[in-house]
Design a protein around this ligand. Structure first.
Ligand SMILES: NC(=O)c1ccc[n+]([C@@H]2O[C@H](COP(=O)([O-])OP(=O)(O)OC[C@H]3O[C@@H](n4cnc5c(N)ncnc54)[C@H](O)[C@@H]3O)[C@@H](O)[C@H]2O)c1
Length: 401
């Protein structure tokens, strides 16, 4: 059902029903994937088996015996090992997918490239400029390809928001002028599960990688950032080494502006807000994509007209809501109402595997991912010093420009 109303009036939702879960037949050219780190990585293994056409699960690796046993019970046919070298040596592993703690990504990506594998690396690609340079150099040396698992881009409403843009002129909404993205999440459970989160990384990489990637994806090269940051009571309680709250203003090379916000020590959000949101302000309208509620809301072209009889001028600006939650929850959340990333991980793995098979580009690949690390590091430095930081010198330092 699709219902359009004038902006400001109430709205009825559209439930597109385009996301169904059924094991797709594997393409005979499907790429074999070996997953390193089997907590969040387990989500990908399941996604590969149940949702992907161009990629299949062949191996898993983790240092934890419990994690290996859990995956063995769930997926008996997999090769499971605690030895990364053993997984890298397998000829049926075409793609290595990395889900270890942030600070370990650079070393794990390097080894995969050196073994001649293509790589999926979860966000953040890495959490230092030094790591970014190592990854870029190893990628260039090996000639292998890498996709960063920026899951938000691959969640249904965010895909629709992008598809509108790619149809041209932001689907009648005009040229993008400003973007506002955030990721806010109460994280006490995460510190308890994974203590490295407090001490061995910074939320500018771990959390802000989602909104910063979105801002950069839409605005292109970011020239300068100005950030402020702080530490919440929850962050202090769990011994967060850096900051867990950030507000960031970005100016693109072409002068357009954007904002990214992150808060990881909050309590609960009011229901009106979602933990990840991306608002695009264009010259002729605006749009909003939400995670977890899975809504995509946009103003529509004048003259699009309502469904059925109208009591208002059909030339007025309209609002359309596409509500993907109930149609998509089985695919995206494995039938839970809110949570996990089964659909997004499967979407990016399939996108990358298909691009490898067909020799076509995907996004965000190696250089784009490294550029996002440079923007995140610029944000960290700006919050540290209180100064505006230019991204260009960081791009030069890692060898991107
Ligand atoms: N939306 C998303 O895309 C998303 C969501 C959550 C986490 N992540 C990312 O995934 C990564 C992992 O997060 P997590 O929550 O699963 O962390 P986690 O601490 O729960 O799990 C990490 C796993 O890696 C294993 N491990 C650590 N060192 C290893 C090594 N040297 N060799 C093999 N296995 C090793 C650990 O035993 C553990 O099972 C992080 O980079 C995080 O940012 C991404």
């Amino acid at each position: 059902m699709s219902t359009k109303q004038p902006v400001g009036a109430g709205f009825i939702t559209e439930i597109p029903g385009t996301v169904a879960l059924g094991r797709p037949a594997k393409d005979p050219r499907a790429k074999g994937v070996g997953v390193l780190g089997l907590h969040e990585g387990r989500t990908l293994l399941i996604g590969l088996e149940t949702r992907c056409r161009y990629a299949r699960a062949v191996a898993g690796c983790d240092l934890s015996v419990e994690k290996l046993d859990a995956s063995r019970a769930e997926m008996p046919g997999l090769c499971l090992t605690a030895d990364y070298g053993e997984m890298l040596a397998r000829p049926d592993v075409d793609i290595v997918a990395i889900y270890t703690p942030d600070a370990l990504h650079a070393g794990h990506v390097e080894r995969a490239f050196e073994a001649g594998k293509d790589v999926i690396c979860t966000k953040p690609l890495t959490n230092s400029l030094e790591g970014a340079k190592r990854i870029l150099d190893a990628g260039r040396r090996s000639g292998r390809r890498l996709l960063v698992g920026q899951s938000t881009r691959f969640f249904e409403p965010f895909r629709r928001q992008r598809a509108l843009l790619e149809r041209g002129g932001h689907g009648g909404l005009g040229a993008i002028e400003m973007i506002d993205a955030h990721y806010i999440h109460r994280m006490d459970w995460y510190y308890r599960k994974s203590p490295w989160v407090a001490t061995d990384t910074d939320w500018v990489f771990l959390g802000l990688s989602h909104p910063i990637d979105l801002v950069r994806w839409y605005l292109g090269r970011i020239a300068t950032v100005h950030a402020v940051g702080g530490k919440s009571a929850m962050g202090a309680q769990f011994g967060v080494a850096g900051r867990d709250m950030y507000l960031v203003n970005c100016v693109a090379a072409d002068g357009r502006i954007g904002r990214a916000m992150g808060h990881y020590g909050c309590h609960e959000l009011p229901t009106a807000r979602n933990c990840i949101e991306c608002v695009i302000y264009a010259s002729g309208g605006s749009s909003l994509a939400q995670y977890h509620d899975a809504k995509f809301i946009r103003t529509a072209e004048a003259g699009a007209g309502p469904v059925g009889a109208s009591s208002f001028d059909p030339g007025e600006l309209m609002e359309v809501t596409e509500d993907c939650l109930y149609a998509g929850r089985q695919y995206y959340f494995n039938s839970e109402v809110h949570g996990m990333h089964y659909g997004e991980f499967a979407n990016y793995a399939d996108t990358f595997a298909k691009a490898l098979i067909e020799g076509t580009p995907a996004s965000p690949e190696l250089e784009e991912g490294v550029e996002t690390v440079c923007v995140m590091e610029a944000v960290r430095r700006s919050a540290e010093t209180g100064r505006v930081v230019e991204v260009g010198p960081l791009l030069a330092e890692v060898g991107l420009v």
